[in-house]
Design a protein around this ligand. Structure first.
Ligand code: AMP
Length: 499
């Protein structure tokens, strides 16, 4: 979309888009006065039953761009048992749950039955809803096909199919499932298709399954939002250097920091950083791929409701989260995939608000920063001097290797998990002993959250989740689990290979 037409569309009001009076009243109750560009571009076509190809990131208001016309169109007709009238495919459970919340908000003047088919939620309740007849079925692809194969679901009554976050589906290895689902739904359906970027596999999918779609592009693929102030922050490469830099940054930003997501590259780091922050009495929680649905939802709800200020997360766990009004994003690690940078910092500066992102950068990260700057087409400013201004001790890349029999480092307290062992705090909690570094009177809420993570992890180890698709990127997260000594193999155990 050209900037001229974008400006013209921004000037439209919701009443100009062809939505029903009941939907307009719910939108006005939600406090939205003007459609966002993706809404202004997509809704007039979607209400007329046309296929839409929306190229838009999360944070642009794209959920309402398909939910509002769907509710308008669903006013005619009614649901039949086991034959949902519309189907929305989402890559993650959280995103599916968020779309459901949108139906609650915008469908408050309607009596729609919305069923959610996602992993981690009991089959029985979902089946009962399907049995009664669902107007809207929101599903992750794996769980949907599970139900279909159990014969509990017919897709021949689907009039509207929404495929959301298609590029994320590609990342997660869901494209074959999506192709299968598309073939199970009558060709006469309407398809609304959304993706932040258009890699060749996604273009091929749209050519195969969309009919003369109206294409709406609201921002350049992989561009970053101009309302976000982005900064690089120099750091020494040791975990304790980075943690100190992060703590200093959080404290320095205190006045403007309403809430923040802190991204780590690996889930083991998520757990470590979370424990370190809580030891330093920051109000923090964690979200990573090992937590089950209940723990993730609890954590997310606490963060969204403002009961939790800092959320430490991995890319997989945070994918597609809609948390309005996040003031800060901290990249504790520079993302290895440049595209993840765009998605991470897109968590702030949403729907026209301003936001700040800080990326903690060590010497070994420069190649990743280069790739990010190339992708976003801009140079990111340094917050407080570049890497050349690091002090001599901070800029040492490698810790001096301990020789055989040399004494262990005399315990900086953050340096507990370098060998991938269980952190001290966890062992002690299990044995009823208390970590002296823990605050004496820990707030009950924080303690509960920690307990939730621990018990969920224990449960998960005991009972692996059945039949869930293992997405490619989640594999990557799993493979990142520290094994044995991880990267920290002591020198005396190393075999020097002759080349
Ligand atoms: P989404 O891109 O769908 O994840 O939406 C991002 C955020 O924008 C959500 O918190 C929405 O509630 C909010 N939003 C959606 N439409 C509008 C609008 N027209 N005006 C202001 N905020 C909106």
């Amino acid at each position: 979309m050209s900037s001229d037409s974008q400006t013209a569309q921004e000037a439209l009001s919701f009443a100009d888009l062809g939505l029903s009076p009941k939907v307009l009243s719910a939108v006005s109750d939600a406090g939205y006065t003007q459609p966002t560009p993706i809404q202004a571009g997509a809704i007039p076509h979607a209400v007329q039953g046309k296929d839409v190809l929306g190229i838009a990131q999360t944070g642009t208001g794209k959920t309402a761009a398909f939910v509002l016309p769907m509710i308008t169109r669903l006013e005619k007709g009614r649901a039949r048992a086991r034959m949902p009238r519309t189907l929305i495919l989402e890559p993650t459970r959280e995103l599916a749950a968020q779309v459901e919340e949108n139906f609650v908000r915008y469908g408050k003047n309607h009596k729609l039955t919305v069923a959610l088919l996602i992993g981690g939620v009991s089959f029985d309740e979902q089946e009962r809803k399907l049995e009664r007849g669902a107007d809207v079925l929101i599903a992750t692809p794996g769980r949907l096909l599970d139900h279909f194969e159990r014969g509990k679901l017919l897709l021949t009554g689907v009039d509207i199919l929404v495929i959301d976050e298609a590029d994320r589906m590609l990342d997660m290895g869901f494209i074959p499932d999506i192709e299968r689902v598309c073939k199970l739904i009558p060709f006469t359906r309407q398809t609304l298709f959304f993706s932040a970027t258009m890699p060749p596999e996604i273009t091929k999918l749209t050519e195969q399954f969309l009919q003369a779609p109206i294409r709406i592009e609201v921002s350049k693929a992989a561009s970053t939002n101009t309302s976000i102030t982005q900064r690089l922050v120099k750091s020494g490469s040791k975990p304790w250097d980075k943690r100190e830099v992060l703590r200093d940054l959080i404290r320095a930003e205190e006045d403007s920091l309403k809430n923040a997501i802190i991204f780590c590259n690996r889930k083991v780091e998520v757990a470590e950083l979370y424990r370190s922050l809580t030891r330093h009495e920051f109000d923090a929680g964690a979200l990573h791929g090992d937590m089950d649905q209940r723990a993730r939802m609890q954590m997310l709800a606490a963060f969204r409701d403002g009961k939790l200020k800092l959320l430490v997360a991995s890319d997989v766990a945070a994918r597609g989260l809609d948390i309005p009004d996040v003031s800060h994003v901290f990249n504790y690690d520079v993302p290895i995939h440049a595209e993840d940078y765009v998605h991470r910092i897109g968590r702030t500066g949403r729907a026209g608000r301003s936001g700040k992102s800080f990326t903690i950068t060590t010497k070994s990260d420069t190649k990743y920063v280069d790739a990010i700057e190339k992708l976003i087409g801009q140079t990111i400013e340094w917050h407080d001097g570049d890497l050349s201004t690091l002090t001599a001790s901070d800029s040492q890349d490698e810790a001096p290797r301990r020789g055989r029999g040399a004494p262990r480092r005399a315990g900086r307290k953050d340096d507990e998990t370098r060998h991938g062992r269980k952190p001290r705090g966890e062992h002690k909690a299990a044995s009823g002993d208390h970590d002296k570094a823990e605050p004496a009177a820990e707030p009950a809420e924080r303690r509960e959250r920690k307990e939730a993570i621990r018990s969920e992890n224990a449960e998960r180890k005991a009972k692996p989740e059945r039949n869930e698709k293992r997405p490619a990127r989640q594999h990557q997260e799993d493979n990142d689990r520290t094994v044995g000594f991880g990267d920290d193999v002591p020198a005396f155990m190393r075999i020097i290979a002759k080349v």
